[in-house]
Design a protein around this ligand. Structure first.
Ligand SMILES: [Zn+2]
Length: 223
């Protein structure tokens, strides 16, 4: 119990600020000379992930490994270009996140829209992926408690557009009285919890009132 009690705040710190677009994060001093491109070998796991994306007919471009300073380091990342459904706001994503996000959209969100709401999913809206954010306060702990967004290992999903013109947003519809929409959101949230390490919804805290934070960092944590 003691171990769990100690470990949990660390997990939450990473998520709290990762998904939180509201309170101003601690300023991170960018490297004065700009990002540094890293030239290490591509790990086998990353190569396998790129191959998985290609096999799944995902269009993407690989991005160079970069150290932005302040603990924000992005390695093994891609820019998703076409996963079958348009997605707004995506910037660089670590490949494993991109792979799981693509599978979630294709095999959870799209089928749930069709089966539960009777209309095809035509767009996913996000507030983005990479963002070099730290945490408020303790600078010494900032590296260990870096937001997963600072590693391009998180995405904030804000809404879904259907072929019939309906737009479902986390902000407006998370606690809607519409039972079908509620069931849809519960289903895709539950699926996200099986596919990502950490999932934070409006049920987690007020900072997440308008999006689902999905990341491949520490976990499992599903709220
Ligand atoms: Zn987030």
């Amino acid at each position: 119990m003691r171990v769990v009690a100690l470990a949990l705040p660390l997990i939450l710190a990473g998520c709290m600020f990762g998904g939180d677009d509201r309170p101003a994060p601690a300023p991170i001093r960018p490297r004065a000379s700009g990002p540094v491109t890293l030239n290490g070998p591509t790990p086998r796991e990353t190569q396998q992930c790129f191959a998985d994306l290609s096999r799944e007919h995902v269009r993407y471009s690989g991005l160079p490994d970069r150290d932005f300073g302040g603990g924000c380091v992005v390695t093994g990342a891609v820019q998703l270009l076409d996963i079958g459904v348009p997605v707004t706001g995506l910037k660089s994503m670590k490949c494993g996140l991109a792979r799981n996000f693509t599978a979630w959209v294709r095999f959870a969100v799209a089928p749930a829209a069709r089966q539960m709401l009777g209309s095809d999913l035509v767009k996913v809206e996000t507030y983005g992926t990479y963002s070099c954010r730290g945490i408020i306060g303790n600078a010494a702990a900032s590296a260990a408690r870096m937001s997963e967004h600072g590693l391009a290992n998180a995405v904030d999903v804000s809404g879904f557009v259907l072929a019939d013109g309906r737009r479902i947003t986390i902000e407006r519809d998370w606690r809607t009285g519409d039972q079908q929409v509620r069931a849809f959101l519960e289903t895709i949230h539950g699926s996200a919890c099986k596919r990502f390490a950490t999932v934070l919804s409006p049920d987690y805290n007020a900072a997440h009132y308008n999006h689902l934070h999905l990341d491949m960092g520490r976990g499992p944590f599903c709220r």
